[in-house]
Design a protein. Structure first.
Length: 404
């Protein structure tokens, strides 16, 4: 499918406004990165990650708002995997001494948000430890004339927790009535359990602390992944075309990545692992767009031998214009939809895609291609200069012979 046919736009003639815009953006990015530095998410700077399982689809935006009002610093709330009922809640707390306090704050906030704050003084089975349940049941069971020794009570509670933590519950009992399936829980014991315990519609399954050292290692791993991707593409392009094609493409991609990261710093947006994934996606996307143009240039070098190199490059860009508009346009609309309607969790990811697609598309035309033209013109000038230099030397040699 072709949108444009037989176009003859002078792209190279309009390169300077885009080059100037790129220089301004690069300068602003470098200044912002030097002064403010990038804003890292919990993945990179460290913090606490809590994995919370819910009985039904949780209200993510409401939970994020409630936690932000109760816990200082950055709060991230997102699904562990798409379509599940498990959230990953990240905070900036890294001090293990404050973990239990923060955990209780999260539990209270979730209970209030989900309408479970009033439990009549009962103990939450899904978010309590075995010893707390033992202490809670000891006296009520004695008053109910349930003849259990301390060892038998511990075994009973251990059986209850084993039932709670086994599949398909996996740490989340939806009703205390379910415990009737536990060995040793008769009608009298179940009645005591229902009087003393309740099952919250959520359970904190795991708590992880990401220290600054781990965050620094993740940052370095992300940088290495990007550099390895660029190096591999440089080798591939140098093998398939010429080394200057690889250099031009890598410089264009580096230009795209630097501007995207710079805009994250300028607008104070956080860089997380999902943003790194978006950047790596853009590296491949921008490189592919550049390769399409370069491949057409290589074909036209055989078909348009008599044309000057700038004319040939301009023709190649025009010939691939329909493909560029279709591919970049559709991808841009998809990323823009994510940015506008994807919500806070996908905002930074989609922002990186939108910026990268815009910058990556024009860099293939107005950055990578002019680099090729500049290099080719310099090489042609050197070739023309060598015969003239040789002729000058030959004339000087002959003149010295005649003088003799």
């Amino acid at each position: 499918m072709q949108i444009f046919k037989d176009t003859n736009f002078d792209f190279l003639g309009k390169k300077w406004p885009f080059i100037i815009v790129s220089l301004v953006l690069i300068a602003a990015s470098l200044i912002s990165l030097a002064v403010k530095g990038p804003t890292y998410g919990i993945d990179f700077k460290g913090g606490t990650l809590m994995y919370v399982k819910f009985a039904s689809d949780p209200p993510v935006a409401q939970i994020r708002s409630a936690l932000s009002a109760r816990i200082p610093g950055e709060i991230s709330v997102q699904h562990v995997t798409s379509g599940d009922n498990e959230l990953m809640i990240g905070t900036e707390v890294r001090d293990e001494k404050q973990l239990e306090k923060e955990r209780q704050t999260v539990i209270q906030t979730l209970a209030q948000t989900l309408g479970q704050a009033e439990a009549g003084g009962k103990l939450d089975l899904n978010n309590s430890g075995q010893q707390a349940v033992i202490d809670r049941l000891r006296d009520p069971l004695q008053r109910a004339a349930v003849p259990l020794s301390e060892a038998q009570l511990k075994d009973l509670v251990a059986a209850i927790f084993q039932y709670r933590d086994s599949a398909p519950r996996s740490g989340l009992v939806r009703s205390i009535d379910e415990l009737s399936a536990v060995p040793g829980v008769n009608a009298t014991v179940l009645n005591v359990l229902k009087q003393e315990l309740y099952a919250a519609p959520f359970a904190i399954r795991n708590v992880e602390v990401v220290g600054p050292k781990v965050g620094a290692e993740l940052r370095w791993q992300a940088i290495k992944a990007t550099l390895y991707a660029l190096a591999g593409m440089l080798v591939y392009l140098a093998f398939r075309f010429e080394w200057i094609y690889g250099v031009a493409a890598v410089l264009a991609v580096f230009h795209d990545t630097l501007i995207t990261i710079g805009l994250f710093s300028i607008f104070n947006k956080e860089i997380s692992l999902t943003v790194v994934a978006a950047l790596l996606t853009l590296v491949g996307y921008s490189m592919n767009d550049t390769i399409v143009v370069f491949d057409r240039i290589r074909e036209n070098l055989k078909l348009m031998r008599r044309e000057k190199f700038p004319v040939l490059v301009n023709a190649s860009i025009n010939q691939t214009l329909s493909r560029t508009v279709l591919t970049s346009g559709l991808t841009f609309l998809t990323a823009l939809s994510l940015l506008l309607f994807g919500g806070p969790v996908l905002h930074n990811f989609s922002f990186a895609l939108v910026v990268g697609i815009i910058v990556g598309t024009y860099s293939s035309i107005f950055i990578a291609s002019p680099i090729l033209v500049f290099w080719q013109e310099r090489r042609d000038m050197r070739k023309r200069g060598r015969p003239a230099e040789a002729a000058t030397k030959e004339g000087a040699r002959r003149g010295s012979v005649n003088v003799k």
